[in-house]
Design a protein around this ligand. Structure first.
Ligand code: HEC
Length: 318
């Protein structure tokens, strides 16, 4: 078993500051996860089923009703995600290059908490055991956070950033896009929004208004410290030059336990501030089995609130 904590190493100066202030140094770090309820979430293997695919009647049976206001999870429960994923993971229309032995869905456990200073996500899953040899990392764990202004995230979770012309998707062509939000494009068609970017001034306004997907991630290799990253997706992904997110990871008995955290208060554009009384759409994506790009497991719509309120995940003070 390897227990890794680059977060703690990074926080040594803070520990010293706490000591000087007469506070226990571990106060801001230790969350007692045993007392935090865990939510089971089924992540889907969706292959090339993009945002545009789900909206297209000839491709997706749920398209018309989704357009009419029914959200993904109102039709797809864990059982349906497992059944559809198993079909997609085999060679077929939505997955032209399947990975041998890759399961069609990934059940994970999710816990959230805060300590008055930081927000924490704890993700746990059993590794699938497949090896795609696409990445040097065994896995990547990512969380995406937004607000009510990103309607696609409210209604469809990870699908908010997943378009048909993104690298690896069906309409990628010779000049694939990176992940983006529909709001950044002047128009969206069946193949996505392409290079039809809105003027920069409009994109700046969206960023200032909070219309972006913030992401936190950790690249994972057993026996090595996790590599944390964060940033936001709007016209494309913008990775923060120095990570605001800390990652802690353990791999034991075939199971990953990953804790991602960052201060509740956002530091500047592209970072949310998390406060009680608001609901934040959440997307979770796991690249297990040495995968990259579309060969990951993704969540449909889930929500987060702080301290209380109607959400799938409620971060309470520990
Ligand atoms: C009105 C109900 C309904 C809604 C809402 C809905 N779907 Fe579906 N979806 C279906 C049905 C029915 C099928 C086909 C039967 C099955 O395999 O589940 C399907 C199939 C799928 C498949 C598998 C396709 C395949 O070929 O195996 C994916 C992926 C999918 N939906 C994703 C989504 C996503 C993402 C959303 C939200 C953006 C969504 N669905 C919303 C009803 C719905």
């Amino acid at each position: 078993m390897t227990s890794i904590s680059n977060a703690r190493a990074m926080l040594r100066p803070l520990a010293l500051a706490c000591l000087l202030a007469g506070l226990p140094a571990t106060q801001a770090l230790a969350v007692d996860w045993a007392g935090v309820p865990a939510k089971d979430i089924a992540l889907a293997y969706a292959g090339q089923a993009s945002w545009e695919w789900v909206l297209t009647k000839n491709d997706h049976e749920g398209a018309e009703k989704f357009r009419g206001g029914k959200d993904c999870r109102q039709c797809h429960d864990a059982e349906s995600i497992a059944k559809d994923g198993a079909k997609i993971a085999e060679a077929g229309k939505l997955e032209p290059s399947p990975i041998a032995g890759k399961p069609g869905h990934l059940p994970i456990k999710v816990q959230v908490a805060h300590d008055g200073t930081k927000l924490y996500f704890r993700l746990q899953w059993k590794e699938t055991g497949s090896n795609a040899k696409q990445s040097e990392f065994a896995a990547h764990a990512s969380v995406m956070l937004s607000d009510a202004s990103v309607k696609e995230a409210v209604r469809a979770g990870c699908w908010a950033g997943c378009h048909d012309d993104v690298e690896g998707m069906a309409s990628a062509g010779a000049a694939p896009q990176e992940k983006y939000l529909g709001a950044s494009r002047a128009k969206l068609g069946r193949t996505g929004g392409g290079a039809n970017l809105k003027p920069q001034a409009d994109i700046d306004k969206l960023l200032a208004a909070g219309t972006f997907l913030e992401y936190w991630s950790a690249a994972l290799a057993p026996g090595k410290p996790p590599v944390a990253a964060n940033g936001y997706i709007l016209d494309k992904p913008h990775k923060a030059a120095s990570p605001a997110v800390a990652a802690d990871a353990t791999f034991a008995g075939g199971e990953w336990t990953v804790v991602l955290s960052r201060p509740l208060a956002g530091a500047g554009p592209g970072q949310k501030s998390f406060t009680a009384g608001n609901v934040y759409p959440v997307g979770i994506a796991i690249h297990d089995g040495f995968t990259k790009g579309r060969w990951h497991y993704v969540s449909m719509e889930h929500s987060l609130s702080i301290d209380g309120g109607a959400a799938d995940l409620v971060a309470k003070k520990q």
